[in-house]
Design a protein around this ligand. Structure first.
Ligand code: SF4
Ligand code: SF4
Length: 300
């Protein structure tokens, strides 16, 4: 296919690329990379879906200048106790490892922020005094601007069910993914459940790191976390100051290619301060992102 011609969804002769951008730690520039990659693809006429799955700190929209989104509430199970049936036996509270229930005086207290919605308390209650109630855990935002679709999850403050919200975010995005040439997922930083939920279903993973001891340490953790997912993994070194030997050694040892090296650059910092992603920091950056886009649309 001509590089500058938008193909139909999956028109690269295989399923449309679904690329997750993640990092072992926050602050590596992962979101700017994800947004810049989306912009690079849009510039040559691709139809692009961007999924901001960093639900505890979503900020892709700050780089995009979007208007008002459609919003959808996301709910999760919350136990509802029937006081007429409850015998105050305490089995539900003893079962809940998240300490979201407590028998206090003549009632069972439910602490919504602690509840993980597993329904276990309902199952163990000997007198069926627990019903499935619900609570809103967050919201999903949706923007559609011509050939660009953006989905974003926002977890409510104090809520713990990031993976539940991310799964619902992916479900909605997948329903319209068939119309796009490329999906880019901005994953939460770290190596715990939210990150794993965000990258699940991708057919390619890019880990963004920086040449610092923390960056190296967390890159190693991230590589270990995704090893069993059998995903093709590649690395981008951001804010390189010319000596990335430790990262190169790690990547060589893990057989993970370094596909881009972005230098420390004041013009990028200035662009950031104005809410612009890396690709808008100048012509050289636009070229670097076009090279990266071309690489990531190719075979793994
Ligand atoms: S649903 Fe699960 S997490 Fe929530 S209170 Fe019941 S046992 Fe605890
Ligand atoms: S397990 Fe059922 S009966 Fe026992 S305290 Fe909990 S809600 Fe009440």
């Amino acid at each position: 296919m001509n590089d500058t011609t938008s193909g139909k969804a999956g028109g690269f002769g295989r399923p449309a690329p679904r690329i997750a951008v993640a990092s072992g730690k926050g602050g590596t520039g992962k979101t700017s990379v994800a947004v810049s990659l989306a912009r690079a693809a849009l510039r040559i006429g691709r139809r692009v879906q961007l999924v901001d799955a960093d639900v505890e700190g979503p900020n892709a929209h700050h780089f995009l200048g979007l208007g008002e989104p459609e919003t959808f509430p996301v709910e999760a199970m919350l136990p509802r106790i029937d006081p007429a049936r409850c015998t105050l036996c305490g089995e539900c509270a003893a079962f809940c490892i998240y300490q979201a229930l407590a028998v206090l005086g003549d009632r069972v207290m439910v602490f919504p922020d602690m509840c993980h919605g597993c329904e276990g308390c309902r199952v163990v209650c000997p007198v069926q005094a627990i019903e499935n109630g619900s609570q809103e855990i967050g919201r999903i935002m949706h923007w559609q601007v011509d050939d660009f679709e953006v989905w974003q999850g926002r977890l409510h403050v104090g809520q713990v069910l990031s993976p539940t919200l991310i799964r619902e975010l992916h479900r909605r995005a997948r329903e319209s993914a068939a119309g796009y040439d490329l999906t880019i997922v901005d994953s939460p930083p770290g190596t715990s459940c939210p990150m794993m939920a965000a990258v699940r279903g991708a057919n390619r993973l890019v880990l963004v790191t920086e040449p610092t001891p923390f960056g190296l340490h967390d890159l190693e953790l991230a590589m270990a976390a995704v090893r069993r997912m059998k995903l093709p993994v590649e690395v981008i070194v951001n804010r390189s100051i010319g000596d990335d030997a430790a990262i190169d050694d790690l990547c060589r040892a893990r057989a993970v290619p370094v596909i881009a090296r972005f230098p420390e650059d004041r013009t990028v910092a200035a662009a950031y301060a104005e809410g612009r992603p890396m690709i808008e920091a100048g012509a050289e950056w636009a070229k670097q992102y076009d090279d990266l886009r071309r690489h990531l649309e190719g075979p793994c």
